[in-house]
Ligand binder design. Structure first.
Ligand SMILES: Cc1ncc(COP(=O)(O)O)c(C=O)c1O
Length: 291
């Protein structure tokens, strides 16, 4: 086993060192992947878009018929304690809730105490070089299950998808289902067409990233047209810009897709103007919307 950090974590009511936290082998998270998670970004020790993350956690739990074990105020207090214990200012708080411990049976047992695990770690943001040059992505068929809307800890499909890009030396795998854009292994994906930011519509095939609504707000603020609609693979290949969004990547430009430069004319293969405006607006939002 690799050396685990001695940092503080939370497990079922107790704070203690991460290296000493233990759960039962009969936890349904371990046996079935029967649980959900959240990842909340933290800037200067303040939680960004916290209420939105809590609302999504509540939606994910409801879809699995797991009772939310804490109020939003409780979650905030737990998060703040973990954040305060970390040495670095910019962090990610990871929250996992599983259905709990039971003898193995696919049917959902009722009345279990959910297992709650939380940890904070240093955020690993994109490098200055990645922001300056943009990143490479590859494409793949979306072979994951059909409930990408649930932020499930069952991430084998996403792990397999991400490894396709890792093996190709790229940062993400952009996926298509029936010829239409869904998302990447751990990011939402956007294209720019005629100055507008376009993303796939909300559906059971795509996780509703917290940045989906945030980018709508940032587009409104900066005067960029924003539309969620089905996006054909051919539109992605021909896009003026391609962007990734996630808690750690914020917004990040994709400048190479399957080894071909993205975009047209002088902008080809370079981060574009819509990216630059959204990245700047995002930095302002971080300062304004962290608690
Ligand atoms: C599959 C998937 N899609 C999209 C996202 C982006 O979501 P968010 O903006 O909430 O980080 C993530 C984040 O981890 C993800 O795992």
């Amino acid at each position: 086993m690799p050396d685990l950090p001695e940092s503080l974590c939370y497990l079922n009511g107790e704070f203690g060192p991460l290296s000493e936290a233990r759960v039962s082998v009969l936890d349904r998270g371990f046996i079935f992947g029967d649980g959900v998670y959240e990842v909340v970004p933290v800037y200067a020790r303040r939680l960004f878009r916290f209420d939105e993350h809590m609302a999504r956690l509540a939606r994910s739990l409801a879809k699995l018929r797991i009772a939310n074990p804490h109020t939003s105020a409780d979650w905030l207090a737990l998060c703040r304690k973990l954040v305060a214990a970390q040495a670095v200012e910019d962090q990610l708080v990871y929250i996992q809730v599983t259905r709990g411990v039971a003898l193995r049976d696919h049917v959902m047992p009722v009345g279990l105490a959910p297992t709650v695990f939380m940890m904070a770690s240093a955020m690993k943001p994109p490098t200055a070089e990645q922001r300056h040059r943009g990143v490479a992505c590859v494409t793949a068929r979306d072979f994951r299950w059909e409930r990408g809307d649930i932020k499930s800890i069952s991430l084998l499909g996403n792990v397999l998808a991400r490894q396709i890009s890792a093996d190709a030396g790229a940062v993400e795998t952009i996926m298509f289902r029936d010829g239409h854009l869904t998302e990447a292994a751990a990011c939402n994906v956007w294209i720019v067409h005629e100055g507008a930011l376009l993303g796939p519509p909300k559906s059971e095939h795509v996780l509703e990233g917290i940045r989906v609504e945030l980018l709508r707000e940032l587009c409104e603020e900066t005067g960029i047209a924003y539309n969620l609609r089905p996006i054909a693979e051919s539109e992605v290949v021909a896009a003026d810009e391609i962007l990734l969004s996630s808690a750690t990547k914020e917004v990040l430009p994709v400048t190479t897709l399957d080894h071909e430069p993205v975009g047209h004319g002088a902008q080809r293969g370079k981060p574009g103007p819509v990216y630059a405006r959204l990245h700047e607006a995002y930095q302002r939002a971080k300062r304004a919307q962290s608690i």
